[in-house]
Design a protein around this ligand. Structure first.
Ligand SMILES: Nc1ncnc2c1ncn2[C@@H]1O[C@H](COP(=O)(O)OP(=O)(O)OP(=O)(O)O)[C@@H](O)[C@H]1O
Ligand SMILES: Cc1ncc(CO)c(N)n1
Length: 273
C-alpha cells in the first residue's frame, strides 16, 4: 500500500462547540483536501459564549496517541494549538523530537476570545524555550507575540520588530497576526520568511462577532497546504485567503462569538495560487 494521500496532524484541544481548536482544524483540513489526524491534549466544555471547563489529558495518553499515529500514518505536516500547561508542552516537545511529522506550525494558543486561559502562566517560558525553536512556522496573535517576544506591540513597526525577535529566538518563519490590532478597517498580518524576505498580508476587516476559531483556521489551513507540498509562502497566502473567506462568507450559529463558515470558497480553488 502506498499510504501517499496528503495527511496532516493537529496536536491541540477540543471545542465541544465545534468552532475552534481541533474542531476548526479538522473542518479546515477536510475542506483543503487533506486527511486530518489528531493528538488530543485537552478537552474543553466550550460554546460560542465561552469556555465553561477544561481537562488536560494524562501525558501517557498523549504519548500513546503520538505512538499510534507514527505506527500507521504518513503525516507530512503538523501543528500545535491549545497545550494547557507546562507538563503537556514538555510531553508534546518530547514526542515531536522523537517522530518526523514534517514541517511544524506552532499556534501558541494562550487565551480564548472570551478571556479563558488555555495555557497556564508557567508554560509560556517552556513554549518560548523548548517549542518555539522546533517551529518551522509560529503564528502568534498580538497578545501572544507580546508574551513570547517580551515586548509591547502597538504599531505595525512593533509587529515587524516582534517578528524579527521571534525568528532570532529560533522560529524559522513567523506570522504575526493582526486580528487584535486596534486600527479601523483592516486585518493585516506580518510575515517574515526563513530567507529574510518579509511582507504584509492585508485584508479588509469585517465588522462581525463571528470570529471564533480564526487563529486555528489560518494555522490549520497553512498546515494542510504544507502537507500537500506547497511552499511556505504560498501556504501562508492561501491560509490568509481562506480565513478571510470563512469570516466574510459567515454563518450564524450560537449566541456569542460565532464560528466561521468552513465551507467558504477561495480564489486558489481555481488554481490561481
Ligand atoms: N474581523 C476580521 N475581518 C477579517 N479578518 C480578520 C478579522 N479578525 C481576524 N482576522 C484575521 O484572522 C486571522 C486570525 O487572526 P487573530 O489575530 O484573530 O487570531 P487569534 O486571536 O489567534 O484567533 P482565535 O483565538 O479566535 O483562534 C488573521 O489573518 C487576522 O488578520
Ligand atoms: C480548544 C481551543 N483551542 C483554541 C482556541 C482558540 O481559538 C479555543 N477557543 N479553544
Amino acid at each position: 500500500m502506498t499510504n501517499d494521500f496528503p495527511q496532516a496532524l493537529t496536536i491541540a484541544g477540543t471545542d465541544s462547540g465545534g468552532g475552534a481548536g481541533i474542531s476548526a482544524d479538522f473542518k479546515t483540513m477536510q475542506m483543503r483536501g487533506v486527511f486530518a489526524t489528531m493528538v488530543v491534549v485537552a478537552v474543553t466544555a466550550q460554546n460560542t459564549l465561552g469556555v465553561q471547563d477544561a481537562l488536560a489529558m494524562p501525558p501517557k495518553l498523549i504519548d500513546e496517541q503520538f505512538f499510534s499515529l507514527a505506527a500507521d500514518f504518513n503525516i507530512r505536516a503538523c501543528k500545535t494549538g491549545m497545550l494547557a500547561d507546562s507538563l503537556r508542552v514538555k510531553t508534546v516537545v518530547n514526542n515531536l523530537k522523537q517522530y518526523n511529522f514534517g514541517p511544524l506550525t506552532v499556534d501558541p494558543v494562550m487565551i480564548a476570545k472570551g478571556g479563558a486561559k488555555l495555557l497556564s502562566e508557567d508554560a509560556i517560558s517552556v513554549v518560548r524555550e523548548q517549542l518555539l525553536p522546533l517551529a518551522d512556522l509560529i503564528t502568534p496573535n498580538l497578545p501572544e507575540a507580546e508574551e513570547l517576544a517580551q515586548m509591547k506591540i502597538t504599531t505595525e513597526a512593533e509587529m515587524e520588530a516582534a517578528g524579527h525577535r521571534l525568528q532570532s529566538m529560533g522560529a524559522k518563519n513567523v506570522l504575526v497576526k493582526g486580528g487584535h490590532f486596534s486600527n479601523d478597517g483592516e486585518a493585516n498580518d506580518f510575515v517574515l520568511l526563513e530567507n529574510g524576505h518579509s511582507f504584509w498580508m492585508t485584508a479588509k476587516r469585517k465588522q462581525t462577532q463571528n470570529t471564533h476559531g480564526t487563529g486555528d483556521t489560518i494555522s490549520s489551513c497553512i498546515t494542510a497546504e504544507l502537507a500537500k507540498g506547497k511552499s511556505m509562502e504560498d501556504a501562508l497566502k492561501i491560509g490568509k485567503a481562506y480565513v478571510e473567506a470563512t469570516i466574510k462568507q459567515g454563518i450564524n450559529v450560537g449566541h456569542g462569538h460565532g464560528p466561521l463558515n468552513h465551507w467558504a470558497k477561495i480564489r486558489s480553488d481555481n488554481n490561481e495560487l
